[in-house]
Design a protein around this ligand. Structure first.
Ligand code: SF4
Length: 328
């Protein structure tokens, strides 16, 4: 079966005073029906721009889709006019971002906001819209949903606001939910609750999830497949078990080593092994492998050859010259 979402060679660029920033530079990525895919990488790797571009929510200009396709159920979203795209957002592809306060309108009750989303797409009456809103709040485990639909966003805690956002994103029963760092602004206990909620909703509603995160711990908990991005590119892709058991790209290996190990930290005070160095500028990305300046395995040829993403075992792809499949 064809994937639900498939990006082919996606390139997104931003015009800045300093020049052209190639934020996403030839990304291939797919999400199957009812699958959870995590996109992971440090800030500046292009993961958020990728998510915003799928929804066509990047500001154009200064942003521009310079090349590639975004196929959703086989249809390319790149050429779609804004009105068509508006229909796809929410109804077909729901989304949740990091800071719910910026996505919720402070002057309307959460019930009005959820009802409005549903009404736009399903033509429900005002009353039916509000009933649906209460039903959605109940679904995401907000206590007293019938009363809380009348509350304003500021009357909810951070974690509860994120639940409201998830309720809103799910209210039209989308086939795909894109969640960009949905738990980053929350404290650890609440983070776990929100991840559990996402998992539960996914099981119940059967939608696919594309989760963007910088946290490998989150990846381990929710992903079925993982896409690792670095400097605007995909450097590794694998089923979650394979990625943790046998990470191939030196960058992925570094990300996994930097996961806090509570058991170890408690006994030996072992420090987290962060990856030294920073993501290169995407204004003038270096020739050759973009990770070379930070890679402990770098070889002279890494500076001249830009490694393509190649399959090394079934379903496991990597872009690194240490592997003969990539050099071929
Ligand atoms: Fe390191 Fe070379 Fe592999 Fe890049 S291609 S990750 S520099 S070994």
């Amino acid at each position: 079966e064809a994937p639900l979402l498939a990006l082919h060679n996606l390139k997104v660029q931003f015009k800045t005073d300093d020049g052209l920033v190639r934020a996403v530079d030839g990304v291939d990525l797919s999400v199957n029906r009812a699958e959870t895919v995590c996109v992971v990488g440090e800030s500046g790797c292009g993961k958020t721009v990728t998510a915003m571009t799928i929804l066509k929510l990047i500001a154009m200009p200064p942003g521009r889709i310079a090349a590639g396709e975004i196929r959703f159920e086989g249809r390319d979203l790149v050429p779609l006019p804004p009105a068509e795209m508006q229909k796809i957002r929410s109804k077909e592809i729901g989304f949740v971002f990091q800071e719910p306060m910026t996505s919720l309108n402070p002057v309307y009750t959460v019930g009005q906001q959820i009802a409005e989303t549903v009404r736009q797409h399903e033509g429900l009456s005002r009353r039916a819209g509000l009933d649906r809103a209460a039903e959605m709040l109940r679904l995401v485990n907000i206590p007293n949903p019938g009363r809380r639909v009348n509350d304003y966003p500021h009357q909810f805690s951070g974690g509860m606001r994120q639940r409201v956002m998830i309720a809103m994103a799910l209210s039209c029963n989308p086939k795909l939910l894109i969640a960009d760092e949905p738990t980053t602004a929350l404290d650890v206990t609440i983070q776990a609750q929100i991840l559990d909620l996402l998992n539960e909703m996914k099981q119940r509603l059967g939608m696919a999830v594309l989760l963007i995160t910088h946290a490998m711990g989150v990846v381990a908990e929710v992903a079925q497949r993982v896409v690792v991005m670095y400097a605007g590119r995909v450097v590794e892709e694998a089923p979650v078990e394979a990625l943790f058991a046998d990470p191939r790209h030196p960058y992925t290996q570094g990300l996994i080593r930097s996961i806090p190990r509570i058991d170890l930290a408690a006994t030996t005070h072992r420090r987290l092994e962060a990856i030294p160095g920073t993501v290169p500028s995407l204004l003038n990305p270096p020739a050759g492998c973009r990770f070379a300046a930070r890679c402990r395995h770098a070889m002279p040829e890494c500076l001249g050859t830009d490694p393509p993403l190649r399959e090394v075992t079934p379903g496991h792809k990597v872009a690194c010259l240490l592997y003969p499949e990539v050099r071929a």
